[in-house]
Design a protein around this ligand. Structure first.
Ligand code: SF4
Length: 406
């Protein structure tokens, strides 16, 4: 397995099938959103890397454990934690804290935020909760949506395409880039919480941590294998570009230096002999461990949309939404839809916003896309997540071998 940190240059071939273990059972085919897996039934299968999104759903659903990742930053992170000249910042995604406990004998789905902070603090990480960045993402994405909505209602030129798509799932972003590039103007321009966190950590965070940005090493801890590809995308070096503009001549670095999945973080803690189950909870070491409930729900299907609607309601009407839990977009139906009618002060008229939430993308997105192409889509804003159930069921989470499902 390649030990890696990310340099500009996107990872290719993150997920591979081991020929010696593959039985050709076809189980993986049901979970691949892009039909990237090839091979006759009963014969060894292979992955067409041009089509693969790196989502890893095949990996966690292969009954013979024949599918593996080719990249891990585990050894690099261990070395960085031992380097006294480097401050290592751990960016913790929402879905990790409800899954990692089971790797340490705690109950399935148990929320272990304080213990995870404590264990990572003991390992030497600075704590940067990705929920803090998710709050920033939703302010960006919500503001962008309101801007597009207003410009479209007023028929302004270059109003921005509606419906607007969420942009926080790298599997979805890649799918749109490869299969429907003509719809890219619909994608929100907001970065994902992972990438916002990396950028903030290496700009404002350098002041908080009282160090130079090139002495910070950012490690995203994610439920998702595809986040490794996202971190390696060449355009995600905004902090370095910012510092170049400030006249600082430092070697190029990515905003997120490494990504560990939930499984890999568990391996790291075990390697360091830190028992998360018996770790004292820790509150965090900076403002980066503070966040709202909106940031927290990003990890589940419907969460991004619910957070966006709450924010849009407040900005458009100047009032908090009366019903905080926007439950119409929760649950596990493949496509959920809802609408909100509110009085828009800026437009001086009532508007009805229609939203849709799509997960298990491979099975559910194409009819939605066909409607947009045909000009018949009723929606203004659409959340899309590749994995069934959202990131809580990402391919970096602990693998359930009990057969009881998640
Ligand atoms: Fe990754 Fe979440 Fe998208 Fe799955 S739904 S590919 S876990 S970001």
């Amino acid at each position: 397995m390649t030990q890696t940190t990310y340099q500009p240059g996107e990872i290719k071939g993150l997920i591979e099938i081991e020929a010696s273990k593959c039985k050709g059972c076809d189980a993986c085919l049901k979970f691949c959103p892009t039909h990237a897996i090839e091979g006759a039934s009963g014969a060894v299968h292979t992955i067409d890397q041009e089509k693969c999104l790196g989502c890893g759903q095949c990996l966690i659903n292969c009954p013979f454990s024949a599918i593996k990742e080719t990249h891990s930053a585990l050894e690099t992170v261990i070395n960085k934690l031992a380097d006294k000249d480097t401050k290592v910042v751990g960016i913790i995604a929402p879905a990790v804290r409800v899954a990692i406990g089971e790797e340490f004998g705690l109950g399935k789905g148990e929320l272990v935020t304080g213990k995870l902070y404590g264990a990572m603090h003991q390992a030497g990480f600075k704590i940067f909760d990705c929920n803090f960045a998710a709050d920033l993402t939703i302010m960006e994405e919500g503001s962008e949506f309101i801007h597009r909505l207003h410009a479209n209602v007023k028929n302004e030129p270059n109003a921005g395409a509606l419906p607007q798509f969420t942009s926080c799932c790298p599997g979805w972003v890649r799918y749109l880039e490869t299969d429907h590039p003509e719809l890219l103007p619909h994608l929100s321009t907001a970065k994902s919480p992972q990438q916002i966190a990396g950028t903030v950590a290496k700009t404002y965070g350098a002041k908080v941590y009282d160090t130079k940005p090139d002495k910070l090493f950012t490690v995203a801890v994610m439920p998702c294998t595809s986040k490794k590809i996202e971190a390696s995308r060449p355009e995600f070096n905004s902090a370095w570009q910012y510092h170049q503009q400030q006249g600082q001549d430092v070697p190029s670095y990515q905003d997120v230096d490494a990504v560990l999945t939930t499984r890999e973080m568990s391996q790291l803690l075990k390697h360091l002999e830190i028992d998360l189950a018996n770790t004292q909870p820790f509150d965090g070491d900076s403002l980066f461990s503070q966040y709202s409930g909106a940031g927290t729900i990003f990890g589940t299907t419907g969460g991004v949309m619910e957070a966006a609607i709450r924010t849009a309601h407040k900005v458009i009407t100047d009032e908090e939404i009366a019903q905080l839990d926007f439950t119409a977009v929760r649950g596990l139906e493949g496509v959920k839809e809802a609408s909100v009618t509110l009085f828009d002060k800026a437009l001086d008229q009532e508007v009805t916003i229609k939203v849709a939430v799509v997960h298990d993308m491979g099975h559910n997105i194409e009819p939605i896309i066909n409607d947009i192409i045909a000009g018949t889509s009723p929606y203004h804003f659409i959340e899309v997540m590749n994995c069934a159930g959202g990131c809580v069921n990402g391919a970096g989470q602990p693998i359930d071998t009990s057969g009881s499902g998640w």
